[in-house]
Ligand binder design. Sequence first.
Ligand SMILES: Cc1cc2nc3c(=O)[nH]c(=O)nc-3n(C[C@H](O)[C@H](O)[C@H](O)COP(=O)(O)OP(=O)(O)OC[C@H]3O[C@@H](n4cnc5c(N)ncnc54)[C@H](O)[C@@H]3O)c2cc1C
Length: 496
Amino acid sequence: MTIDAIVIGSGIGGLVTATQLAAKGAKVLVLERYSIPGGSAGYFERQGYRFDVGASMIFGLGENGTTNLLTRALSAVNVSQEAIADPVQIHYHLPQGLDLKVDRVYEKFLQNLTAHFRHEERGIRRFYDECQKVFKCLNNIDLLSLEEPRYLLRVFFQHPLACLGLVKYLPQNAGDIARRYIKDPQLLKFIDMECYCWSVVPADMTPMINAGMVFSDRHYGGVNYPKGGVGQIAQKLVEGLEKAGGQIHYQARVTKILTEQGRAVGVQLANGKVYRGKRIVSNATRWDTFQQLLPAEQMPHNEKKWQQNYQKSPSFLSLHMGVKQSVLPEGTECHHILLEEWEKMMAVEGTIFVSIPTLLDPDLAPSGYHIIHAFTPHWIDDWQGLSQTEYEARKEKAAWRIIDRLEQIFPGLDAGLDYLEVGTPRTHRRFLGREDGTYGPIPRRKLRGLLKMPFNRTAIPGLYCVGDSTFPGQGLNAVAFSGFACAHRIAVDLGF
Ligand SMILES: Cc1cc2nc3c(=O)[nH]c(=O)nc-3n(C[C@H](O)[C@H](O)[C@H](O)COP(=O)(O)OP(=O)(O)OC[C@H]3O[C@@H](n4cnc5c(N)ncnc54)[C@H](O)[C@@H]3O)c2cc1C
């Protein structure tokens, strides 16, 4: 069989590319180094608990509009996923007593926030309404490859106003727009946190397109948890891929992208096996792709430039806990963010992110127990060069620092702990195949919105990138967008 596209990696970006191409009739092969699909959207099981390895606040599983890209990707290959609506996106526990829930209902969220900042009522509405404008533009058009001129032309003629709106926001960052309407320093810090908790940079460095999407879709399609755990999304996509004639091989670690006369023509696995394909797609990060799978010394000029603009964000320290039901006070929400001092928002172990998926899907834990996944930024450098004993001791100490702080919102957590497994940046690097375990690229300095984020084609003919180091960045729905765009561009290039 002649393979049309070889996809390196079965993260959501890689799987959406593969399923979209297979649905169009292309012969697709996905090569995954791990034993299950999903990458950062994967799972693991221990003692009756099914833990999400990373993502659990899921956008894109809604029913309406055009931005519900996970729903659309699944249905393109005739599979579907039951989604459980989360009534509150995040319960924030922030400094200066700023305790606030982001309700699924837009007006209720605005009321909750305004209750803390009465004097900024007008500014709050104007900022979040402007985010809604961005979203309405996006949610009107088919989201495909911005590298395909005929598509751009068609969309422009069908939705000229939406397109002009998006062009206006593309070079802007959320912080500049927030400061246009809002003056209160604490409220601006809150907006920083609203951005940081998914972009891992403050509002000034967060592209307005992404902010508009997140701050509005949570009130439109909403945050929905996939029944059976986040890992289900990747598993369903694989089911759809295979139904559509595509293939996936696990424990197939690509060590080299093969080139001939400067063109990508195939890949080589760690076991020496070679596959050739008309197009090669890398779902590995750009750092892994251009420094490990291709010779670092031949890195294309535009990739060097990209690295001057973007750096690796930190990884995380992750605590996967099984806890007694009694630990969770009545009315506890699924997602929490805890920060005690604003100055520490971006520091190592500053912000703690918490997910309790069993509040939405109790079947993920034994009866009477819940899962708490808590994670906080950490750099790999702090975990290198340690003996096994030192490594374990450092993990344990760090985990208890986090548990102690979480006692503020979950009193009795320590006593109610049934299971604890700690992951470090080394764990993320090892199991997710991401250099330094990074969460993804972040701007080195303030850039002009999303203008410098690359699309799917690369300087190497025949080689495409997909996933969170391509436009529009991190998050399952975002990498699904990049998958739709990548498959669209390849389908046009191959004449499908
Ligand atoms: C702790 C944490 C929490 C998060 N929370 C959320 C959240 O709540 N909501 C949200 O939307 N997003 C969240 N994210 C981000 C989101 O999970 C990622 O942005 C997204 O899953 C990245 O997808 P991707 O397609 O870029 O690839 P990845 O998930 O990185 O997958 C890449 C795949 O490629 C494979 N691979 C890599 N190299 C090779 C190779 N050489 N050969 C073969 N296979 C290879 C890997 O094994 C992996 O399976 C979170 C991430 C983390 C780490």
